[in-house]
Structure formats: structure tokens, C-alpha cells
Design a protein around this ligand. Structure first.
Ligand SMILES: Cc1cc2nc3c(=O)[nH]c(=O)nc-3n(C[C@H](O)[C@H](O)[C@H](O)COP(=O)(O)OP(=O)(O)OC[C@H]3O[C@@H](n4cnc5c(N)ncnc54)[C@H](O)[C@@H]3O)c2cc1C
Length: 377
């Protein structure tokens, strides 16, 4: 055994980086391992929309808390993190979707999140490249975007500055019940506790974990400054993000600081490979063109895929595993891991250090999936 530390974090994506920073800030001796480079996993494939969501009270609590932590951090972020407080426009195609706009308006307003309801003319004035005739939208002005790989690197760099250590090229083959890990080369590293922040790969190290890979495609264009001003998402996105049975696509575009337009998104279970699936890509782009016909004139430069780590109740797994109280988890963040990374790091450190947390941690506890624990499958 070598390299003893208080907390050994497997995974140098944005979740592992945020946990490393908060643990180092709390005075713990931290070691981060990754088999690849920093931000080489899902974090490099994500969209970077920092968004408050209202799928459940627990999801709202985590996203709203984390968005506030991002706002607090914003002034310290270097330019390459590309933090932009562009806001979200949830667009309603028809009167039925306007009912959902008003429901969301009430939900957010009651909980102190600033929102504004827009009619079709106001939407057209704000986003002239959207198709005419939309019924309206909900604008959430304090939502933002970041460039995820650089955000994770920044967080990890800060952790290293506080005394944390990092080893890349270290393939972990086993999480040991006594807190350490075994590496693929046969060596072992001891640790007070191990935290698996391995995203969609977490079931490989913790068999039986209720985390499934959910594939997504994204397309990025050349630079067209001003073409899109908000992160714009169709309200139908909610239906597709919630659908757990079928492949789905939804219109979701993001303005990058570079002037590029990032176009999403798709969701597929049972598609473990990273290859581009032309059929679903065509469906995704067709959907985008329905909302924003001018996208068809833009030059795309790259298409890629990534896998979200999906759990059955759409909430992450944060805290001690049911396998051993020395093995902790911070995974299962599905399509919200960039948003919720900072809150995850804060909760992990609070739990490890026995500090009071700002929001209840229980809804995210892996113990909810312990055999016989609840009504979960
Ligand atoms: C298409 C798409 C769009 C998205 N859009 C958004 C969005 O707009 N907003 C948002 O908030 N979230 C979004 N997400 C989700 C977000 O990207 C993820 O939730 C987040 O990146 C997860 O970070 P992570 O650190 O948990 O995982 P990862 O970034 O995957 O990091 C896990 C790390 O673990 C390492 N690892 C795994 N196994 C081992 C091992 N055995 N040994 C050593 N190292 C190991 C990997 O190399 C990897 O670096 C999106 C995701 C996708 C796919």
C-alpha cells in the first residue's frame, strides 16, 4: 500500500473535481485518480447549461443550490471557462404548452427563482431566428452556461493549490472495502475513504449500482455571433428527458461565447457505443430546424456523443454506498452533472466532515436503492 490519504477520488471529471476542491477546502488530504486526462469523460461531451429544474422538489433543491454556488464563483472564473449568464428560454409552441409555462412560472416564483412570461411577439423580439408563431416562453434570466472541460480543470487546479494530489493514467480495477483501491497494474493505494466519481462507468466499479448509460448527440457550428442569445429549449424537452423507455430528441440550442451555436439534444438507452447514430442525429437536427429554420444555413464543424449516467429516479447518488461505509459515491447526475457538480462537492464534504448541509442530503443517498429500502426497483 502507498500514498495514504483521507479521501481518494476516482474520476477527474467535473464531479470529481468539485468534490476534490470542497474536501481540500475542508482540510482533508485528497488524492484524485483518473485513467485518462482531466475532463476526458462525459464532462468533455456535455453542454454546460447551468439550469434550475423542477422535476421534483429534490431536483429543484440541488439545481437551485448549485446554480447559486456557480453564481458565487462566477467572478473568480477565468475567461476560458466561458461563464455567460445568458438565461434560459423555455419555448411554448402552442396554448397547451403555455399552460406548462404558467405552471413553471408559479413553481419557480413560489421558490424565489426569478422568471418572466413572454408572449409570442416578445419571444420573436428576443430571438429573431426562432420560427414565427410560437405561443410564448418562460425566461429564466439567471440560468447560465459554461465550457465544462475548462470549468472542471479550474476546480481541480484550485484543489491542487490547496494541497490535493492528482494522478492521471491510473486505471482503478477495484474499490476496496477498507477504503483503498486496487489499480490495473496490481498495486494498491490506501485511503480513509474512496469516492467513486466515475459517471457512466460507475457500475463497473460498484456492481449492481442502478446507473444506466444514456447516450446523447451534440453538434457545434462555426462562429455566428448573435445568432442565438439564450439557451433555448422547447418545452417538449421535458417530455423527452422524462421518457425512460424510448429514444427521444428535443430542440435545445446554446450560444457559446465564441459565437458558435451548440445544438442538441438526443437521449438513448441501450446504445453503449460512442458512434454517431445517423438516424437519431437526423431526427435531432430536423427538430432543431422546425424551431429555428435558419440553423440550416449554418456550417457545422463537429458532431460528438457522450453518455449520461442515469438513475431510475433522475436524482444522483451522493454519499456512502450500501457496499461499505468506506466506499462513497458521487455519480448518476444524468443531464445535470455540470449544473449540480458544485452542490455535489459541497454535500460530499459536509457529509464527510459532519458539517450541517444547506439542503437535506437524504434524497440523494445511495441507501435509497438498498434492497428493501423503498419502493425503488
Ligand atoms: C450530450 C450531453 C449533454 C449534456 N448537457 C448538460 C448540460 O447542459 N448541463 C449539465 O448540467 N449537464 C449536462 N450533461 C451531463 C454532464 O455532462 C455530466 O453529468 C457530467 O459531465 C458528469 O461528470 P462526472 O465527473 O460525473 O463524469 P465524467 O466526466 O464522465 O468523469 C468520470 C471520470 O471517471 C474516470 N474513470 C472511470 N472509470 C475509471 C476507472 N476505472 N479508473 C480510473 N478512472 C476512471 C473517467 O476517465 C472520467 O474522466 C450532458 C451530458 C451529455 C452526454
Amino acid at each position: 500500500m502507498t500514498d495514504s490519504c483521507d479521501i481518494l477520488i476516482v474520476g477527474a471529471g467535473i464531479v470529481g473535481a468539485a468534490c476534490a476542491l470542497e474536501c481540500a477546502r475542508g482540510g482533508l488530504k485528497v488524492l484524485v485518480l483518473d485513467r485518462g486526462p482531466v475532463s476526458g469523460g462525459t464532462t468533455a461531451a456535455g453542454m454546460g447549461h447551468l439550469v434550475v429544474m423542477d422535476d421534483s422538489e429534490a431536483q429543484f433543491a440541488l439545481t437551485a443550490y448549485s446554480r447559486r454556488l456557480w453564481q458565487d464563483l462566477a467572478r473568480d472564473l477565468p475567461p476560458e471557462v466561458e461563464y455567460e449568464s445568458c438565461g434560459t428560454l423555455w419555448v411554448a409552441a402552442d396554448d397547451q404548452e403555455m399552460v406548462e409555462v404558467r405552471r413553471k412560472q408559479n413553481y419557480y416564483t413560489e421558490r424565489g427563482v426569478r422568471v418572466e412570461v413572454l408572449d409570442g411577439n416578445a419571444v420573436a423580439a428576443l430571438e429573431p431566428n426562432l420560427r414565427r408563431g410560437l405561443a410564448g416562453a418562460l425566461r429564466v434570466p439567471d440560468d447560465a452556461v459554461v465550457y465544462p472541460p475548462c470549468a472542471a480543470k479550474f476546480l481541480l487546479q484550485k484543489a491542487l493549490g490547496l494541497g490535493a494530489s492528482l494522478r492521471t493514467g491510473a486505471v482503478v480495477s477495484e474499490l476496496l472495502a477498507d477504503g483503498g483501491v486496487k489499480l490495473a497494474d496490481g498495486s494498491r493505494i490506501s485511503a480513509g475513504r474512496t469516492l467513486s466519481a466515475t459517471g457512466p462507468w460507475s457500475p463497473a466499479l460498484t456492481p449492481g449500482l442502478p446507473v444506466r448509460k444514456r447516450k446523447g448527440h451534440l453538434v457545434i457550428t462555426e462562429r455566428y455571433p448573435g445568432f442565438v442569445r439564450h439557451q433555448i429549449v422547447e418545452l417538449g424537452y421535458l417530455k423527452s428527458a422524462h421518457s425512460v423507455s424510448q429514444d427521444s430528441v428535443a430542440f435545445n440550442v446554446q450560444p457559446r461565447r465564441t459565437g458558435q451555436v451548440l445544438i442538441g439534444s438526443s437521449r438513448q438507452f441501450d446504445a453503449p457505443d460512442t458512434a454517431i447514430d445517423q438516424a437519431i442525429l437526423d431526427r435531432m437536427l430536423h427538430r432543431a430546424l422546425e424551431y429555428m429554420p435558419g440553423l440550416g444555413q449554418l456550417q457545422a464543424t463537429r458532431v460528438w456523443t457522450g453518455h449520461r449516467a442515469a438513475t431510475p429516479d433522475k436524482l444522483p447518488l451522493i454519499g456512502p454506498s450500501v457496499v461499505s461505509d468506506k466506499i462513497w459515491l458521487a455519480t448518476g447526475h444524468e443531464g445535470l452533472g455540470i449544473t449540480t457538480s458544485l452542490a455535489t462537492g459541497r454535500l460530499v464534504a459536509d457529509l464527510l466532515l459532519g458539517r450541517p448541509a444547506e439542503i437535506p442530503a437524504a434524497p440523494y443517498s445511495p441507501s435509497r436503492f438498498a434492497p428493501g429500502a423503498s419502493d425503488h426497483d
